[in-house]
Write a protein that binds this ligand. Structure first.
Ligand code: NAD
Length: 508
């Protein structure tokens, strides 16, 4: 690992029309290694004018790329897949360096991103249309798909590699060109993805990177040359992006924050459920939109769950992750975020909840560390239940029965994921049918669907119609066109009645 003395702090480059270049921005923000607290790079905050130049580069590349045969577009993804496999460990190490999650978590993230690339390798099959001969007398109907145009992706800090890959492979293999605006906190993985796309042979201007904050984003949302916007981030920004970009006539998919509930039934295997709870709540230090945030214990499950979880969580190894393999939970993204998350201990205690495990303690070094936290006897009237915390904090709400647990879900403004731990098929079915969230787990702690299924957040966890991933991503990144065809018989044409018709059809 470089030391503070040897480490050079570089300005993160943009990718415009196939060229890496330094931004002319006057404002920059620091990128940290959360394990050490050191600044490792600076992200430029591009002006509106510079952002427009990037959009123009994507627009210039659009006609040729959208007319490139689909199998050639797919072949670029096969090459990206090979490159990602070859550089798998480096991609994972880079995520850990700029984000702080453990190396194991980073490897899992690269694997999920790779699966999106594999999904996009199948684009020739996925883009096939439909047809119906003789929909009326001698009229044939077909549905074909066209690219949408210049697409924009604005991504959050918590999955620097996977979330951009939710968007980029599908968008570009559908024939669109793309402008990526990564999180200013984790731009290095985005740049590495750009390098691999260029190395894979993607033509200049098909994929572009711009960096920035609000000014850059506003330009992207309203730019006349942009057709579609994909956003992933917190709910207030997701809602703003949705409203602004739809108002400007764009098609938009905008994923927001979450508050995910995990129900533990009295018949569940408590040991397995608690392992699932801990992995869900403390994986990636709680910085996942599918992280378990509220454990809802039903009936007698409460005391054994809290006791066993306390035992497990208080023995977790918390520490720096960059270059270290023997850590269960890494740092949070920034020092201010540690302070914000830790502040919820006091808020919860003030509201009358019971802080069973407080993660605040002295850690060696300057990393942005906080231990796992458990807050028991939380009520739905409390801030700790209502607000997205996005850190290693698990609240416990005690419910009398499954109906009461379902009613808690009905009060939640978010709707990403929810899981039930049970051995009862009936309880599982009730939960699956009636819980107020779009991604359901049955004895699965983090029910995040993989590339082939859409990422179906509900309520204020998603604004729009078509989600990322799966068939909805294909629909989002294409416009459908229907064609009706009739050819009139010329007067001298002979009538042809095939022999097979008179001999009976359907023999083979
Ligand atoms: P964020 O909303 O702060 O930032 C997301 C993106 O929006 C970044 O690129 C950022 O530069 C930009 N941005 C921030 N403030 C903006 C503003 N005022 N105007 C315009 N653009 C702005 O989110 P984050 O802190 O980077 O990421 C964590 C959040 O993302 C959590 O709420 C998490 O639940 C959510 N998330 C959701 C999903 C999902 O699929 N629903 C997936 C991952 C993360």
């Amino acid at each position: 690992m470089p030391t503070a003395q040897t480490q050079t702090i570089t300005d993160v480059p943009m990718l415009v029309a196939g060229q890496w270049r330094a931004s002319t921005a006057e404002r920059f923000t620091d990128v940290y290694n959360p394990s050490t607290g050191q600044v490792i790079a600076r992200t430029p905050l591009c002006s509106s004018e510079e952002t427009s130049q990037v959009v123009e580069s994507a627009a210039a590349a659009l006609p040729q790329w959208s007319n490139t045969p689909v199998v050639e577009r797919a072949r670029v993804m096969f090459a990206v897949r090979e490159l990602m496999q070859r550089h798998f460990d480096d991609l994972a190490a880079l995520i850990t360096r700029e984000h702080g999650k453990t190396l194991g978590e980073s490897r899992a993230e690269v694997q999920r991103g790779l699966e999106m690339v594999e999904f996009a390798c199948g684009i020739p099959s996925l883009l096939m249309g439909q047809n119906m001969p003789d929909i009326a007398t001698e009229v044939d109907a077909e549905l074909i798909r066209h690219a949408v145009g210049v697409c924009v992706g604005i991504t959050p800090y918590n999955f620097p590699n996977m979330v951009p890959l939710w968007m980029i492979p599908v968008a570009i293999t559908c024939g669109n060109t793309f402008v990526h605006k990564p999180s200013e906190k984790v731009p290095l993985s985005a740049v590495r993805i750009g390098e691999l796309l260029v190395e894979a042979g993607l033509p200049d201007g098909v994929f572009n990177i711009v960096h920035g904050d609000r000014a850059c984003v506003e330009t992207l949302l309203t730019h006349p040359l942009v057709s579609a916007v994909s956003f992933v981030g917190s709910t207030p920004v997701a809602q703003h992006v949705y409203q602004t970009a739809t108002h400007a006539g764009k098609r938009v998919q905008s994923s927001g924050g979450a508050k995910n509930h995990l129900i533990i039934m009295p018949d569940a295997d408590i040991d397995l459920a608690v392992k699932g709870l801990a992995a869900s709540a403390y994986g990636c230090a709680g910085q996942r939109c599918m992280a378990g945030s509220v454990a809802v214990t039903v009936g007698d499950a409460a005391d054994p769950t809290v006791e066993s979880l306390h035992d497990l969580a208080s023995h977790m190894r918390v520490g720096p992750t960059d270059g270290c393999d023997d850590v269960d939970m890494g740092p949070l993204i920034r020092r201010e975020h540690v302070d914000r998350v830790a502040g919820y201990m006091d808020v919860a205690a003030g509201d009358g909840a019971d802080v069973v495990l407080d993660g605040r303690r002295e850690f060696d070094g300057d990393g942005f560390l906080l231990g796992p936290c458990i807050i028991d006897r939380v009520e739905t009237s409390m801030r700790i239940w209502r607000e997205e915390i996005f850190g290693p904090v698990l609240s416990v709400v005690r419910a009398a029965d499954l109906d009461a647990a379902l009613a808690i879900g009905d009060q939640c403004e978010y709707g990403n994921g929810a899981t039930i731990f049970t051995n009862s098929g009936h309880a599982a079915r009730q939960f699956k049918q009636h819980f107020n969230a779009g991604m359901i787990g049955i004895n699965v702690g983090v029910p995040a669907p993989m590339a082939w299924f859409p990422f179906t957040g509900w309520n204020r966890s998603f604004f729009g119609d078509l989600h990322t991933q799966g068939v909805e991503a294909i629909q989002f990144y294409t416009r459908s066109k229907t064609v009706l065809t009739r050819w009139f018989k010329s007067p001298d044409a002979s009538h042809h009645d095939p022999v097979w018709k008179s001999q009976g059809a359907g023999k083979n």
